[in-house]
Design a protein around this ligand. Structure first.
Ligand SMILES: *[C@@H]1O[C@H](CO)[C@@H](O)[C@H](O)[C@H]1NC(C)=O
Ligand SMILES: *[C@@H]1O[C@H](CO)[C@@H](O)[C@H](O)[C@H]1NC(C)=O
Ligand SMILES: *[C@@H]1O[C@H](CO)[C@@H](O)[C@H](O)[C@H]1NC(C)=O
Ligand SMILES: *[C@@H]1O[C@H](CO)[C@@H](O)[C@H](O)[C@H]1NC(C)=O
Ligand SMILES: *[C@@H]1O[C@H](CO)[C@@H](O)[C@H](O)[C@H]1NC(C)=O
Ligand SMILES: *[C@@H]1O[C@H](CO)[C@@H](O)[C@H](O)[C@H]1NC(C)=O
Ligand SMILES: *[C@@H]1O[C@H](CO)[C@@H](O)[C@H](O)[C@H]1NC(C)=O
Length: 483
């Protein structure tokens, strides 16, 4: 009888937990996730909660703290990246499913948003500010446009936290009120480090993204002591520690890193003029040669994510007035955000600090960018390790952890918390270990950044007799090597 009561007691506890964890918050699951997968995820989380605190990594304050969804993931094993394991025996070779295959597909872990996340400043501080001492660095500023997934945004701040760093956000006007409330709360808890600009209307065609970043530039310049600004979007994940970023920006030494290719012809409109004079570009034209003022800019299409030096930001805000340029760009139907920094970067005659030149695109050579990795797959999901494409680009998953760690890119676009939280959690844990626990493998390939063609150009282009060789310089290992 006693046993039965106990049994009923446990069963009811189980259902209570199950209900509160899974059903009542089922609207927080991505609606694309089928019910049987939701069940699996819930069962795993319940098992973690049932174990109580005994294995809870959050108990040891010097460890990285995982969410219940991902406690069962072995990041170290995932980092080895094997697709299959070969075992050699007397009978021959046996093929075993790799570890990664056991945490994808139906077992892939999405984030389940916490509807009762404690948003008091003291709790937010606890989640973001590390309990470890952080040696000084040259500060880094981040300007990020956001529209959803608050817990992911908070995670990105935790991953790049340093008291010297600055974070500027611009929200989409159409974002959910719940998201906006949380963002305001977050920023309000870090008056020194964070700025929230006025909301703007964003869309998938890129409208107002540049304006948002520009507003952040203006605001960030009021903060001293940062050396580089990274321009980011909602689902970008930074894969280097703040100390690695600091080291890389030290090597860049003023060079901007921007993806800049030939203008995509379908974006050209005949009614727009791009010479600096008609777009009132220079605030003071008196020292600018007439040739520079009258010659149309060579428009370059690229990407929005970029790392630009403080000098370049000062120039964009103080020397020129980009209002008209941005207004005209914003009239373009699609990809309205992909010609701003790239155009200023390549038009060397304008003299933006850290600029490059059009020479290489004129020779049809695409120069490597280190800031953003994006893999465009269109209708070919086999080009993605996760076999999943959104907005023409691969969604990165736990299969990509090894590539994300080893390749030289600073930012990967894109990861979705509702698709795969384990890749985000493992990247964050790795960054934590490399920042605080002295973990050094794999090392940073300094030589790669030192030999970038843009760095070489920046260092030498004013020297007499300098000749740029567009085919020289570092080329990253290919993402395909990791497929
Ligand atoms: C926490 O982890 C560190 C490093 O792994 C270890 O040295 C320490 O003993 C742990 N502390 C507790 C209370 O478990
Ligand atoms: C949030 O945390 C704070 C302090 O850490 C606590 O005082 C408060 O009661 C918590 N709020 C909720 C709703 O649990
Ligand atoms: C970095 O740039 C400054 C000039 O801006 C130069 O004086 C210095 O030598 C450069 N450092 C390196 C390591 O190239
Ligand atoms: C414009 O630049 C010239 C030359 O540098 C300077 O003499 C002049 O005062 C500047 N005008 C304004 C309005 O700042
Ligand atoms: C910048 O240009 C815009 C439009 O051309 C103009 O309305 C604005 O006053 C200018 N701002 C400054 C600070 O010069
Ligand atoms: C991070 O360090 C902890 C403690 O040493 C270790 O258990 C964990 O596997 C490490 N994570 C990664 C991704 O290397
Ligand atoms: C440019 O660099 C490449 C790669 O280092 C080299 O093979 C080529 O000979 C160089 N071209 C010239 C004109 O120096």
């Amino acid at each position: 009888m006693k046993k039965l009561v106990l049994y009923i007691f446990f069963i009811s506890i189980f259902f209570l937990v199950f209900h509160s964890l899974c059903w009542s918050s089922s609207h927080d699951f991505d609606e694309n996730i089928p019910d049987n997968r939701k069940l699996l995820i819930c069962e795993k989380m319940i098992r973690v909660l049932q174990k109580g605190n005994s294995e809870n990594p959050c108990k040891n304050l010097s460890h990285y703290c995982r969410r219940p969804e991902t406690v069962h993931i072995n990041c170290e094993k995932a980092l080895q990246g094997d697709k299959v394991n070969l075992i050699f025996t007397k009978e021959g070779i046996i093929l075993l499913q790799s570890y990664i295959n056991s945490i994808i597909g139906i077992n892939r872990v999405p984030l389940i948003p916490n509807p009762s996340l404690n948003m008091s400043c003291s709790e937010i501080h606890k989640r973001i500010i590390p309990r470890h001492h952080m040696p000084s660095l040259n500060g880094i500023a981040f300007a990020r446009t956001v529209h959803r997934d608050y817990e992911f945004i908070e995670k990105t701040v935790q991953m790049s936290w340093h008291p010297r760093n600055r974070f500027c956000f611009v929200m989409d006007e159409k974002a959910k009120e719940e998201f906006k409330k949380k963002m305001r709360k977050l920023v309000g808890c870090f008056e020194e480090q964070m700025i929230l600009m006025e909301d703007l209307p964003f869309d998938s065609a890129g409208h107002n993204q540049n304006l948002a970043h520009y507003k952040c530039m203006e605001a960030l310049l009021k903060h001293p002591k940062w050396s580089y600004l990274m321009l980011l979007q909602n689902h970008d994940i930074i894969t280097k520690t703040v100390y690695e970023l600091d080291q890389i920006f030290g090597i860049l030494n003023g060079t901007n890193d921007v993806l800049a290719g030939k203008e995509l012809e379908e974006r050209r409109r005949d009614d727009q003029k791009w010479d600096p004079r008609s777009s009132n570009l220079f605030k003071n034209e008196s020292n600018i040669p007439a040739k520079v003022l009258n010659e149309p800019l060579k428009i370059a299409s690229g990407g929005i994510e970029a790392s630009i030096s403080r000098g370049a930001v000062e120039w964009l805000v103080e020397t020129v007035n980009v209002t008209k340029f941005l207004e005209q760009q914003n009239e373009i139907d699609y990809g309205a955000d992909e010609q701003f920094i790239s155009t200023f970067q390549l038009n060397s005659q304008l003299g933006m600090p850290g600029h490059f030149t059009t020479e290489c695109i004129d020779q049809n050579v695409q120069v490597a960018q280190i800031t953003r990795m994006a893999q465009f797959a269109y209708s070919h999901p086999e080009k993605c390790a996760s076999r999943t494409v959104r907005h023409n680009a691969c969604l990165f998953g736990i299969e990509d952890l090894k590539a994300m760690t080893e390749l030289p890119y600073l930012v990967w676009n894109k990861v979705y918390p509702s698709f795969d939280w384990s890749v985000i959690e493992c990247t964050a844990e790795l960054i934590y270990n490399r920042t605080f626990l002295g973990q050094t493998e794999p090392g940073l390939d300094q030589g790669y950044y030192e030999n970038l063609i843009t760095v070489n150009y920046h260092k030498n282009h004013l020297k007499p007799g300098f000749k740029l060789n567009c085919s020289s310089g570092s080329q990253p290992r290919s993402y395909e090597d990791y497929l």
